[in-house]
Design a protein around this ligand. Structure first.
Ligand code: SF4
Ligand code: SF4
Length: 95
């Protein structure tokens, strides 16, 4: 049975489209790209491509990249539900 990988990093609406994060995303991963048809040129992280390396986060000049596990108050025993809710929230924001 195949399982879809889901990362935990997301970009909020304050992205200024500088592109620094895209260059940080490691070689074989193409998790960060410009949002299609976004007139502000903002970027988005594809959750099924992100490997949670965290390299993008410190490069963002406006601190708009977040680790959902931290924001959701991730707790190993019960964090799954919170993260799933956050993924759904992030997907709605990006649509
Ligand atoms: S955490 Fe790593 S893999 Fe995920 S978007 Fe950032 S640089 Fe790419
Ligand atoms: S580094 Fe931050 S501001 Fe620049 S494109 Fe990435 S998320 Fe947007």
């Amino acid at each position: 049975m195949s399982r879809t990988r889901r990362g935990n990093f997301y970009i909020d609406d304050t992205c200024i489209g500088c592109g620094a994060c895209e260059h940080a995303c490691p070689g074989r991963v193409d998790a960060i790209s410009k949002k299609a048809d976004d007139f502000l040129g903002r970027f988005v992280i594809e959750l099924d491509q992100c490997i949670d390396c965290g390299k993008c986060m410190p490069l963002c000049p406006v601190d708009c990249i977040h680790d959902g596990r931290v924001e959701a108050g991730f707790v190993p025993d019960n964090g799954y539900t919170k993260i799933a809710e956050l993924h759904e929230w992030a997907a709605r924001k990006d649509s």
